[in-house]
Ligand binder design. Structure first.
Ligand SMILES: [Cu+2]
Ligand SMILES: [Zn+2]
Length: 183
C-alpha cells in the first residue's frame, strides 16, 4: 500500500521537473522531511534489559537498528518480528504481544509466495558472546495507516531459533525470548 501511495509524490516531482524547464523556480524546494525516530529497550525473559531498538522511518521505508549487549542472547541466528500488541509484561512467554502485525491476512514469510505479513523481518545473528549489531528494513510504517504505533502499539519479538521465512505460522522460530515495546 505504501508503494502505491508513493507514486503520487513521484508524479508530482515529474510535473515539477517539467515546469522547471519552462520557468526557473521562484524559490528553492523544501528540504525532505526528516525521518521519524523511535527507541525502546529490549528485555529478556527475566525482565532484564539486554539491548535496544532504534527505528528511523522515512517516507517509504522503515529502518531499525537492533543492538544487543554481550551476554544478551544465545549465539546464532534468531527470528525477529513485529508483533501486534505493545505489551512485553509477561516476560516468561511474551504472549501478550499476540501474533504478527498482519492487517490483510497475508501468509507468514519473506520467502512465501503468499506473504509476507507486515511483521516479517530478516533474521539477526548473535555473536559468540551473545551480542548483536544489525540493521533491518520494513515497509510497515511507524505512524499512520497500518502503523506499528497504532492504538495498542506493537512489539519487536526475538525468537529462540531462526525464521525459515516460509512455513506457518512463524517459520519455525520457536519460543519468544526477548521483547521491546513500540508504543
Ligand atoms: Cu515473532
Ligand atoms: Zn510473520
Amino acid at each position: 500500500m505504501r508503494r502505491v501511495l508513493s507514486i503520487i509524490p513521484l508524479l508530482a516531482l515529474a510535473a515539477g521537473a517539467a515546469r522547471a524547464q519552462e520557468t526557473p523556480p521562484a524559490q528553492t524546494p523544501a528540504a525532505p522531511a526528516a525521518p521519524q525516530t523511535f527507541e525502546s529497550d529490549i528485555r529478556n525473559g527475566k525482565g532484564e534489559t539486554i539491548g535496544r531498538i532504534a527505528i528511523r522511518d522515512g517516507a517509504n521505508t522503515l529502518v531499525m537498528r537492533v543492538t544487543i549487549n554481550p551476554g544478551g542472547l544465545p549465539p546464532g541466528w534468531h527470528g525477529i518480528h513485529f508483533h501486534a500488541v505493545g505489551d512485553c509484561s509477561d516476560t516468561e512467554k511474551f504472549e501478550k504481544s499476540k501474533a504478527h502485525v498482519n492487517h490483510d491476512q497475508s501468509k507468514h514469510g519473506l520467502l512465501n509466495a503468499d506473504g509476507p505479513d507486515e511483521g516479517d523481518l530478516p533474521n539477526v545473528y548473535a555473536n559468540a558472546d551473545g551480542s548483536v549489531n544489525a540493521e533491518v528494513s520494513s515497509d510497515t510504517p511507524l505512524t499512520g495507516e497500518g502503523a506499528l504505533k497504532d492504538g495498542d502499539g506493537s512489539a519487536l519479538i526475538i525468537h529462540a531459533n531462526p525464521d525459515d521465512h516460509t512455513t506457518q505460522p512463524i517459520g519455525g522460530a520457536g519460543p519468544r525470548i526477548a521483547c521491546a515495546v513500540i508504543k
